[in-house]
Design a protein around this ligand. Structure first.
Ligand SMILES: [Zn+2]
Length: 254
């Protein structure tokens, strides 16, 4: 029997209880007999597990509601949201490494380290983290924000992309900006980093200055990009994202 708090996850939604104050009160708390759950952390000395929603008996879902993951930031507060990102990433790792990529036999979860081990060839599979970069490009009193077809209607955000083998973060940023919007940049400055579990990105945030070129979007990753001043901003990404923190930091300096 496992008792404690639960991160019940279904794809990009988190099933939450009706909390009374923002924070862990929104996390469901119950006991489950022998679930295929994984210990994520402790909250107020109580264990907190992650479980895929389809593995939970329907009777436990009666009092819960699925909330889009990014929207849970305001309900959970930053500290608990950060644990939720860990839970989501761990669940993804558990689900995609059930079988060995070398010999296709089942893997088992190790208890002495954060790894799965093949029951046949002993290959270890650690949670994968994908480094990526994200940046605001500044030009005088404007910033470049761009729109991906994956974004919610009307939302513009920063240019972002995954680090490829052999690249530094700065090289990735220069390449992504040139590929996606046709601009050259200079004076790259590190801002902060954030884990972002869609599904396992480690986002490194930067500011950079415009160097040369005219906006020319690739129409694949980016369908529109524009220069925006502080008084004419588009719909911005969620407060939970480092993209929003980058924009806010720039706004604070205007
Ligand atoms: Zn194997």
């Amino acid at each position: 029997m496992l008792s404690g708090y639960w991160f019940i996850i279904e794809q990009d939604s988190l099933w939450l209880a009706q909390g009374n104050t923002p924070g862990h009160s929104y996390l469901p708390e119950f006991s489950l007999p022998e679930p295929a759950a994984y210990l994520v952390c402790y909250i107020n000395k109580k264990p907190c597990f992650v479980l895929e929603k389809n593995l939970l008996s329907a009777k436990y879902l009666n009092e819960l509601n699925p909330i889009p993951f990014r929207q849970t930031y305001d309900l959970l507060t930053p500290d608990i949201f950060k644990l939720a990102t860990k839970a989501k990433a761990l669940l993804h790792w558990l689900m995609v490494h059930q079988y060995c990529g070398l010999c296709a036999h089942p893997t088992m979860i190790l208890t002495d380290e954060l790894a799965r081990k093949c029951t046949n060839c002993a290959q270890l599979f650690y949670p994968k983290t994908s480094p990526s970069v994200i940046a605001i490009i500044e030009r005088k009193n404007e910033i470049l924000l761009a729109r991906s077809p994956r974004f919610a209607e009307g939302v513009y955000s920063c240019i972002a992309g995954f680090v490829e083998p052999g690249e530094t973060a700065e090289e990735t940023l220069e390449r992504e900006v040139l590929e996606e919007v046709g601009l050259k940049i200079k004076n790259i400055r590190y801002f902060a980093s954030q884990y972002w579990p869609f599904p396992n990105s480690f986002m490194m945030g930067f500011f950079a200055d415009y160097a040369s070129g005219e906006i020319e979007v690739d129409n694949i990753e980016i369908i529109d990009a524009q220069w925006f001043s502080k008084d004419h901003l588009p719909i911005l990404p969620t407060h939970a994202s480092i993209a929003r923190q980058l924009i806010q930091d720039w706004l604070n300096r205007q």
